[in-house]
Unconditional design. Sequence first.
Length: 153
Amino acid sequence: MKCPYCGNIESRVIDSRPSEDYTEIRRRRLCETCGKRFTTYERTERFPLVVVKKDQTREPFNAQKLEAALMRACHKRPISMEQLHAVVEQVENELSAEGKQEVLSTAIGELVMKKLQAIDEVAYIRFASVYREFSDISSFTDEVRRLTNIEYE
């Protein structure tokens, strides 16, 4: 593994541990040349997942794009980066577990909204407003009413 500090390819593993859900292994490494430590992650290779967008175009699933959308929805909300990473990982794992090579963008959006609603309702509404393309204030208030009715029923 190439050292991110000095570029040397000689390093040794000093600690390995699985993630909480056992989908990856975190390895702490020590560079043999500069002596600095760095972390690598080992995951099983997945088949490429293709997203079918609303206009029927297709593009590869991009976890960074999903994470950026979540960061916009969660801006100035009490949500940690670890929580955002976890949502992205959960979504990606659930989509991969289905075993399909193509997935509709609407299915991804619904899955993300379900996860966001459990974490933070404001972030959920922000994400929903973009995802569902609210065209006016009544669409927005209808979604807020639907959300509050779910909680109080």
